[in-house]
Design a protein around this ligand. Structure first.
Ligand SMILES: *[C@@H]1O[C@H](CO)[C@@H](O)[C@H](O)[C@H]1NC(C)=O
Ligand SMILES: *[C@@H]1O[C@H](CO)[C@@H](O)[C@H](O)[C@H]1NC(C)=O
Ligand SMILES: *[C@@H]1O[C@H](CO)[C@@H](O)[C@H](O)[C@H]1NC(C)=O
Ligand SMILES: *[C@@H]1O[C@H](CO)[C@@H](O)[C@H](O)[C@H]1NC(C)=O
Ligand SMILES: *[C@@H]1O[C@H](CO)[C@@H](O)[C@H](O)[C@H]1NC(C)=O
Ligand SMILES: *[C@@H]1O[C@H](CO)[C@@H](O)[C@H](O)[C@H]1NC(C)=O
Ligand SMILES: *[C@@H]1O[C@H](CO)[C@@H](O)[C@H](O)[C@H]1NC(C)=O
Ligand SMILES: *[C@@H]1O[C@H](CO)[C@@H](O)[C@H](O)[C@H]1NC(C)=O
Ligand SMILES: *[C@@H]1O[C@H](CO)[C@@H](O)[C@H](O)[C@H]1NC(C)=O
Ligand SMILES: *[C@@H]1O[C@H](CO)[C@@H](O)[C@H](O)[C@H]1NC(C)=O
Ligand SMILES: *[C@@H]1O[C@H](CO)[C@@H](O)[C@H](O)[C@H]1NC(C)=O
Ligand SMILES: *[C@@H]1O[C@H](CO)[C@@H](O)[C@H](O)[C@H]1NC(C)=O
Length: 602
């Protein structure tokens, strides 16, 4: 070759090399393995449907894999910058369907350090023992992949693993493999085995590096070793929904070096155990789920002083005692649920003025006394104080809770007039004041501007519902559930614009004559539960035109033959009227009707 020709050839070679802007790094064998892997799978959007809920972006990443480009530039493939080996495969939410058998070319990618297959559908596969050969793996995520069967012991060969996600339904680990896994994977920071059937006690030995331990709903049994609560690096502990383990909290002193932020222990049985004051040492706590734990005793005072706490759920326990009148903490608390305990005393006013609190649920306790005036709070959206023994007036200052969306005060002993300022709470969707001693006239106009209102319950008080502007002030169209039993109601004009009602209780009122035609046409598509019992109706009009499930027209003055209910009906109460004639034979065609038909004493 002449010198000239050599120059020319070099020139063309350079042209060729620079024509593709990305340098060729990819190892040929590895790109072949990847393409073979691609061919063993298909793409189906429904395979990653749950990515929708999780908010992850998703698309069929592998469809762009193409031999004409360097494999290190393929979507989801990451290579080591120096060696060019494929070290990471991130195929989460990639709409993949298929099997990962032991002959899968995936296992030829022996330099893989990170593998994320989560949220694809490998329904017919087990976890292959060959995963144990990917010995460089530091991160393995096979969660939500519909993999099933036994998790192979070979997973414990992956001694470099720092995070392991195997959350799946219908997959088993077993006590032996669980123990080895915990013993051998000494580098583990994160272990997520939620939903895996482990069927084991909790071994006492753990990697001291663990920061996240998720063992919720894994059929664990036995006693929770106290040591677990002392792991000094542990930030998140989830042992919830294991019906069998019984626990006790460190009774002496919680380790003040513990850095737990999230504690999920729902439905773990702590019978006879109580929360120690030393929980106050856990100053990093943000999330506490201790619902349905059979916890007794008092709520430790120190818990109320935690400053980082965001979420506290102690629902369904046997906790007693009162809530302190002052707190120095809880600046970040946004969710407080103490529903269904034995708590008593007054509800301190700080409850309503915590700067971050948006949901407060103290239902089903023994709280008593009066509520103090409310202070301005723009974050509180939900208050549930139902089924307690609260008394006194409900202050007009409730309007200072400007973003309230739901108020539950049912089954207490509140008295006096309803605060008119309720009309300013324009975000209200739910207002339940039933079964109290509220009294006086309530004009329907106070509800007309609540355009989001879904449920209104004022039954079982001593209220008279008035409608002074008559036709021009009616309930908002949004109302679907309305309870106004015993509210001295005589006419139904205030319902003219409520066109989506499906549950309506107007029992024990003074409604005369017939159900108005406008009501029938309003309710034509929506009404399912209608209670007009204990009124003075003489005609039920054409109720058979409504899609009703339950009809109660007892104790009216209905005359003539028995009205025929619609075919959808399940409960039909007609006793104590003035009906005459025979029961029509078409009743035998009402197949959904339960046996509770009552037509007696007519
Ligand atoms: C999951 O994949 C999507 C693309 O489908 C990507 O944007 C995202 O970073 C990946 N998430 C994680 C946590 O790896
Ligand atoms: C591969 O990529 C090249 C360039 O992006 C494109 O022209 C070609 O059609 C692709 N081939 C396949 C099979 O997708
Ligand atoms: C894998 O991707 C999912 C998103 O689908 C993400 O939540 C998870 O943290 C990722 N796993 C790892 C180990 O990065
Ligand atoms: C793996 O082996 C199974 C049979 O054991 C076969 O059906 C499948 O096609 C093989 N897959 C690959 C990628 O060779
Ligand atoms: C546990 O680790 C040891 C040492 O690394 C290794 O010899 C053994 O095979 C591992 N056991 C299992 C079941 O992986
Ligand atoms: C979990 O596995 C054990 C032992 O294999 C079995 O007895 C039990 O029924 C399994 N539990 C569930 C919920 O599948
Ligand atoms: C508390 O944690 C420290 C540091 O991790 C440890 O040395 C000590 O033994 C622990 N104390 C208890 C009671 O577990
Ligand atoms: C709470 O205690 C009762 C009675 O001892 C028991 O039946 C129930 O299963 C326990 N609850 C939990 C979550 O363990
Ligand atoms: C309450 O309604 C106002 C205006 O109607 C709106 O700007 C605000 O975001 C709502 N608040 C909530 C919590 O929905
Ligand atoms: C209702 O409003 C209409 C116009 O919007 C008005 O003409 C009528 O007088 C009002 N009726 C009552 C009872 O206020
Ligand atoms: C019952 O109906 C009869 C006629 O059918 C009427 O004479 C009587 O006054 C009615 N009784 C009541 C309480 O409405
Ligand atoms: C009952 O239903 C059958 C079949 O739908 C119908 O033929 C019959 O006329 C109905 N009987 C009455 C009394 O409505």
């Amino acid at each position: 070759m002449s010198y000239r020709l050599f120059l020319l050839a070099s020139f063309f070679l350079c042209q060729l090399a620079f024509s593709s802007s990305i340098p060729h790094l990819c190892n040929k064998d590895e790109s072949i393995s990847l393409v073979t892997f691609k061919k063993s799978l298909t793409i189906d959007p429904s395979a990653s449907a749950d990515c929708d809920y999780s908010g992850q972006p998703y698309y069929g990443k592998i469809s762009s894999w193409n031999m004409s480009r360097d494999c290190c530039s393929w979507d989801g493939v990451i290579c080591d910058e120096i060696t060019g080996h494929v070290v990471e495969l991130d195929l989460n939410c990639s709409q993949l369907v298929g099997n990962i058998d032991s002959n899968s070319s995936l296992f030829q990618l022996s330099r893989l350090q990170r593998l994320n297959h989560s949220r694809n559908t490998f329904s017919n596969s087990h976890i292959s023992p060959l995963f144990g050969r990917l010995s460089s793996l530091t991160h393995l995520d096979l969660s939500y992949t519909s993999l099933s069967g036994q998790i192979p012991s070979e997973i414990s060969h992956l001694s470099k693993l720092q995070s392991l996600h195997l959350l799946n339904y219908d997959i088993q680990l077993g006590p032996h493999n669980f123990k080895i896994l915990l013993q051998n994977l000494t580098q583990l920071r994160l272990l997520d085995l939620r939903l895996v059937n482990i069927s084991s006690t909790i071994p006492p030995k753990f990697s001291s590096h663990l920061t996240t331990l998720r063992l919720g709903d894994t059929d664990l049994y036995g006693i929770i070793p106290e040591r677990i609560f002392h792991l000094s690096n542990l930030k998140e502990l989830d042992l919830s929904y294991n019906d069998h383990p019984s626990g006790y909290f460190p009774t002496t002193k919680w380790n003040s070096t513990a850095s737990i932020e999230e504690l999920y222990l729902s439905q773990v049985d702590f019978s006879g155990s109580f929360l120690p004051e030393s929980i106050g040492y856990l100053t990093f706590l943000r999330y506490v789920m201790l619902n349905s734990c059979n916890l007794s005793g008092k709520i430790p005072k120190s818990l109320w002083d935690l400053t980082r706490l965001e979420h506290l759920d102690l629902k369904d326990n046997l906790l007693e005692g009162s809530i302190p009148l002052f707190t120095s903490g809880l600046q970040n608390l946004s969710y407080l649920r103490l529903l269904n305990n034995l708590l008593n005393g007054v509800i301190p006013s700080w409850k309503f003025s915590l700067p971050s609190l948006s949901k407060l649920d103290l239902k089903d306790n023994h709280f008593c006394g009066q509520l103090e005036d409310f202070r301005y709070n723009s974050v509180l959206t939900h208050i549930d104080l139902g089924h307690n023994q609260l008394q006194g007036y409900l202050s007009e200052s409730i309007q200072k809770l400007v973003n309230l969306a739901s108020i539950h005060l049912e089954h207490n002993q509140f008295q006096g007039p309803l605060p008119k300022s309720l009309q300013n709470l324009v975000n209200l969707t739910w207002l339940d004041l039933s079964s109290n001693n509220f009294s006086g006239n309530v004009d329907v106009s106070i509800f007309s501007n609540l355009k989001q209102l879904f449920l209104l319950e004022l039954s079982h008080n001593s209220i008279s519902l008035t409608n002074e502007n008559n036709v021009n002030s009616t309930l908002p169209e949004s109302v679907e559930s309305l309870g106004l039993s015993g509210c001295e109601i005589r006419e139904l004009d205030f319902l003219r614009s409520a066109k989506q009602l499906s549950y309506l209780d107007l029992s024990n009122n003074k409604i005369q004559g017939r159900i108005p035609d406008f009501a029938l046409s309003n309710w034509m598509n929506s009404m399912s539960n209608l209670n007009l019992s204990h009124n003075m109706l003489t005609s039920s009009n054409q109720i058979h035109l409504l899609p009703l499930l339950d009809i109660d027209l007892q104790s009216n003055f209905l005359q003539g033959p028995l009205p025929i209910p619609p075919p959808s009906v399940q409960l039909f109460f007609m006793s104590k009227n003035n009906l005459t004639g025979e029961i029509p034979s078409s009743f035998c065609n009402l197949t959904l009707l339960e046996s509770r038909i009552r037509i007696v004493r007519n």
